[in-house]
Design a protein. Sequence first.
Length: 200
Amino acid sequence: MKRVFAFLMVVGLVALMVGSGFAAWFTDQETVQNDFAAGLLNIDLTGSGSNGVTIALPDTTAGGTGQQSGMAPGVTEGPYEINVFNKPNNASTLPVKYRFRAQRTGGSMAFFDKLWVKVQHGNCVEGGISNKYVVYEGWLRNLYFDSSQAISEQLDPNISHCYEFLFTLHRSAENDLQGAAVEFELTVDATQIDNPGWAE
């Protein structure tokens, strides 16, 4: 019985090998070419305040000219227009969110601490901004606002968002600030709109 079973197994294997040598199957294949490119993110700042503003107190000391060539307590300077521009498609292809912040880079810290800023956003129009509303008002040293929260809109390529900055030397400024000066930077950080944070 074992011999018969072994014989049948050998015959079955031979038949399987011979049969598979003569079998043919029709097949087809299609290929899809995939090309990926990283997006571009490139913003620029434009407007009357985009090249910087000089802030200094008037010289009212003995022998000084007394001319109002700088800031005085309670007096507002501006508006200075700063527009955030997401460059056209050949330079930037991604919608962005951005944030403003301020940092003193030199001069009087006491003066910097007494600067109050009001930031307004509105529609960009020839010669200014229309339909303005306040997105930040407070101490310059605390300036921080995120466009995705403050104005709830992304900045698409080839589009500008327009802002006006008004600076006031707070009324609490005292005589020790006469003749003082300060330098500071306004920085705009931008990132792709779906980035959940800023540190990535």
